[in-house]
Design a protein around this ligand. Structure first.
Ligand SMILES: Cc1ncc(COP(=O)(O)O)c(C=O)c1O
Length: 414
């Protein structure tokens, strides 16, 4: 028997173990100033490559004005309560209509938070007779939703369509006995690798197996497809995706999210989804702000064009310089290097302190031991000069790494 607090003190969790050395620098860093390509880190101006402000909407003057006007008119409280009880408004319903029309889907439900909405939707849509089949590299919110599922769940290796088919065959046998249904879950754009889910191949399997497809397109909404309607649009299978999740926290540079599907499915979610029925609805400035962002996303294709100009320049430049970018097929740009934890730490300190470049870093256990992944997120606000400077700097830090200039035993902070 142990005391709960004592246990937590002695086991801080995989990341918490490093909090004493990492806090305020590698973890919980503070980026200050206006959200843009250049911000301040510990008082120094840095070139930032780690914000999902893909379209540069965070500080667009029309967005800032819409947010401020709505906050001034409604405050943050209105409407009070959950949507079902007292927290509905014409603005909420209007935004849902606008999203449905943009996404070419029958109906939409707003989510007060993306993560929690995704967990709750998975929980709500299936019961113990049903089987979930999902991609192994799914985001934590999908994994958490799947954990709540009382029926069987079959996982397939990332984007491995042959394995998915095997799992569908297994699932089909099972649901024949339970009289259940099958739901496949994957992502549109995988946020770590930038790889696209193989939506076209997955939906083609519907000819052989009876299932519904739920796609989390957090990184694809606004960035992918001709109109920005996401990865399914990009792959030409918009109508074959049965349930579509998007967040307002990335290309829309706000908070909250939405799910689109048929009238029946959305009505079912409205009346059964616990995270929305038992929690306060989205405050008005977020609803009106999202509407303004969607209007700009639709009416200013140059924002997505600018994003992709930077994406192509950055990814082509890095590839030409011999960097391994893995399998990305989206703006998410991972750069894979070899080294241990401490080399990774020293490399990042060098990047931030001596070259004023701020990007995210991922090490074991998220990537295999000995792999350092630097993750760059290009946005419409970056410039070609930013790209040139970054590629040149990455070549320098790669040379330093190869020449053993980054200490392997400890991180030397500036
Ligand atoms: C793939 C994916 N799904 C869901 C979420 C959660 O979205 P939100 O930040 O809106 O809660 C994220 C955010 O990181 C994500 O990357």
């Amino acid at each position: 028997m142990t005391d709960l607090f004592e246990k937590l003190k002695n086991n801080r969790g995989p990341l918490g173990t490093f909090s004493k050395v990492a806090h305020d620098y590698f973890t919980f860093p503070k980026l200050e100033g206006e959200i843009s390509n250049k911000m301040f880190f510990r008082g120094k101006k840095v070139l930032v490559w780690s914000l999902n402000n893909y379209l540069g909407l965070a500080n667009h003057p029309e967005v800032r004005k819409a947010d401020a006007d709505a906050a001034s008119q409604f405050g943050l409280a209105y409407p009070m309560g959950a949507r079902m009880m007292s927290g509905n408004s014409n603005h909420h319903e209007q935004l849902e209509k606008e999203i449905s029309s943009f996404m070419s889907k029958e109906d939409t439900i707003l989510l007060n938070y993306g993560y929690q909405g995704m967990v709750s939707a998975i929980d709500c849509l299936v019961d113990r007779h049903d089987v979930i089949v999902y991609d192994a590299e799914s985001h934590a919110c999908i994994i958490d939703g799947v954990r709540m599922h009382m029926g069987k769940r079959f996982v397939y290796p990332h984007n491995d369509i042959a394995s998915l088919e095997k799992q569908l065959a297994r699932a089909q046998k099972l649901v024949a006995e339970t009289n259940g249904a099958i739901m496949v879950i994957t992502e549109g754009v995988f946020g770590m690798s930038g790889n696209q889910g193989k939506l076209k191949e997955i939906t083609a399997l519907k000819k052989k197996y009876k299932f519904r497809l739920f796609v989390d397109d957090a990184h694809g909404f606004g960035t992918m497809g001709k109109t920005g309607a996401g990865t399914a649009e990009e792959q030409g299978v918009q109508q074959e995706v049965d349930i579509y999740f998007g967040t307002f926290a990335k290309s829309m540079a706000s908070i909250g999210g939405f799910i689109c599907s048929t009238n029946d499915v959305i009505e079912y979610l409205r009346y059964n989804m616990r995270s929305q029925i038992f929690a306060k609805s989205m405050p008005m400035p977020l609803v009106i702000g999202a509407s303004k962002r969607l209007e700009l996303l639709k009416s200013k294709p140059e924002l997505k064009d600018n994003l992709w100009k930077i994406v192509h320049a950055l990814q082509d430049g890095l590839k030409k310089a011999g960097f391994n970018l893995g399998t990305t097929m989206s703006p998410v740009t991972p750069v894979f290097l070899s080294g241990g934890h401490f080399e990774a730490g020293n490399l990042v300190v060098d990047l931030r302190e001596n070259y004023q470049i701020f990007c995210s870093i991922v090490t074991y256990p998220v990537v295999p031991k000995g792999v350092i992944m630097l993750r760059l997120i290009p946005t419409a606000e970056h410039t070609l000069d930013d790209v040139k400077y970054t590629v040149e700097t990455f070549e320098k830090i790669r040379t330093n790494l190869r020449e053993g200039k980054y200490d392997k035993e400890k991180v030397i902070m500036a």
